[in-house]
Design a binder for this molecule. Structure first.
Ligand SMILES: *[C@@H]1O[C@H](CO)[C@@H](O)[C@H](O)[C@H]1NC(C)=O
Ligand SMILES: *[C@@H]1O[C@H](CO)[C@@H](O)[C@H](O)[C@H]1NC(C)=O
Length: 476
């Protein structure tokens, strides 16, 4: 037991301590009983150097933390969604967990790959320095052509000098590897492109079908993915990017649009004058959408962005010229927010598509028991013109798109070597199993859309905005 005299001494000592600091104005002494009935004294003193405390504000760390929080929110929302559907609560939880672990493994892989690339580049720089030394010592000789670094970057090398944005890009996060990859562009003269063209695979065409270079046909072949841009931050792990196949003034046919979809309030639409500006990461237009976007199902068609409003079955047509909502309509009976997503999850319940025959939406309903329903929409009013029910479960496929009125589904979003393995023809309501090889080079493909003017597929594969050439064929 401590005597009262001792306490008095202690208090006097504490008081003198307080008096001697600069902060007595904000110091306070508290007294109270603890659980065992003893007196407890505590005092608080403001830090004399406030600047040493971490300040709450912006800055790159905060931004990165916010992005990470966004990802966590998505996972938590998924967990909560899984809870609501009691029948699948266990699997929902397991899925979310698996996804989180998958992402962790993926980040580790990315890190390892980047370390490898750094090592390769350092080696390359050392080699080039040696080469330069050697050439300096024998100035009259013809310099040999530099060899091409063999990274599997998926980047199409551009002719000409390295892009100047390498030094002027304002903010770069750890996830951005373009600065590591860009040096390889220097060696990408026209010769390299020719080399690539020569080694491109020639696919065996389906017997009975002859390739058509214009007009409609069945999907015969999907080419190698070509990367146009890698997203800088975690917000761009998945998203949607597109070009309008029938653009309307003030935007031209080269305009590229992009939405980074990680986060709970996705409302930013970035516009780039052309593919090159996208590759450089310089948007010329940033639009703030009046309603948040759900997932990666949006598309661009005839001067409007079509998208699903967050946590609803409401379809929105956002007119780019007037920068306002031009039409909104509920998609009758459509499942949303995790009811019938693609196998990837991510609330990919409602997916817009454009092809030679117009605007479509791919989804499912309770009545269809989770089978893919495809509806053709009136692009002006968003009214359903006609619907088809297929016999393939939406949650078992990685993604879907339409070409010439035919629906195609991709088997896996993670396998680097998967197939387009099913097609459904709206003209005949017939479905069939097919097997067209398809590559998810970065193993996390969150969006696949067809562009009928480009005759290409656009996809978003683990931070990478990629495109694929396709070939169509016809019975002759
Ligand atoms: C396509 O692949 C998916 C995923 O592997 C599988 O569930 C489905 O049965 C396949 N469909 C056909 C028609 O082969
Ligand atoms: C991918 O599939 C093709 C044909 O389906 C096959 O020839 C090739 O070996 C596969 N590659 C890998 C890495 O599995």
């Amino acid at each position: 037991m401590i005597s009262s005299t001792m306490w008095t001494l202690t208090i006097v000592w504490i008081s003198s301590l307080l008096m001697s600091t600069q902060a007595q104005a904000t110091a306070s002494l508290l007294r109270g009983n603890d659980r065992s009935g003893r007196c407890q004294y505590s005092f608080t003193v403001a830090s004399p150097t406030e600047a040493s405390c971490p300040s709450v504000g912006s800055g790159p760390e905060m931004e990165s933390l916010k992005s990470r929080l966004g990802v966590l929110e998505v996972l938590v929302a998924r967990l909560a969604g899984g809870e609501a559907q009691r029948t699948v609560a266990g699997t929902g939880l397991q899925e979310a967990y698996n996804q989180a672990m998958g992402e962790k493994a993926q980040l580790q892989q990315d890190k390892d790959r980047l370390s490898q690339q750094v090592a390769d580049l350092q080696k390359r720089v050392a080699e080039l320095q040696k080469e330069a030394e050697r050439l300096r010592s024998r100035p009259c000789q013809q310099p040999p052509p530099p060899t091409i670094p063999q990274h599997d970057t998926g980047l199409r090398p551009a002719a000409g000098p390295a892009p100047s944005h390498m030094v002027s890009r304002p903010s770069r996060t750890q996830g951005d590897t373009s600065s590591l990859r860009d040096p390889s562009w220097q060696y990408g003269g026209p010769g390299y492109q020719e080399l690539k063209a020569e080694v491109a695979e020639v696919p065996a065409l389906t017997p009975g079908l002859t390739e058509v270079t214009t007009g409609c046909g069945e999907l015969l072949y999907v080419g190698e993915p070509v990367t146009h841009r890698k997203a800088d931050s975690i917000a761009g792990k998945y998203g949607v990017w597109m070009q309008d196949s029938e653009p309307v003034a003030p935007y031209g046919p080269g305009m590229v649009w992009r939405i980074d979809s990680v986060g709970s309030e996705v409302r930013q639409l970035f516009g780039y004058e052309d593919m090159e500006q996208l590759s450089r990461g310089f948007p010329t237009k940033v639009l703030l959408l009046p309603e948040a976007v759900e997932s990666t199902g949006a598309t661009m068609y005839r001067g409007s962005l079509y998208y699903q409003r967050r946590r609803s079955r409401t379809l929105i047509r956002y007119d780019l010229a007037s920068e306002s909502v031009a039409a909104r309509r509920d998609l009758p009976h459509a499942g949303f927010h995790g009811q019938f997503p693609y196998s990837w999850g991510g609330y990919t319940d409602i997916d817009f598509a454009v092809d030679e025959e117009g605007l479509w939406v791919i989804y499912s309903t309770n009545k269809a028991k989770g089978a893919i329903v495809v509806s053709q929409l009136d692009p002006h009013s968003l009214e359903v013109k006609r619907s088809w029910e297929t016999n393939i479960r939406k949650t078992t496929v990685a993604n879907a798109f339409l070409i010439c009125g035919r629906l195609y589904t991709v088997a896996s979003y993670t396998s680097p070597n998967t197939t387009v393995n099913y097609s459904f023809d709206t003209a005949t309501s017939q479905s069939k199993a097919i097997s067209v090889p398809f590559k998810n080079r970065h193993r996390y493909n969150s969006m696949i859309d067809y562009n009928p003017t480009q005759r290409k597929l656009f996809a978003w594969d683990n931070f990478h905005m990629v495109s694929y050439d396709i070939r169509l064929g016809k019975k002759q």
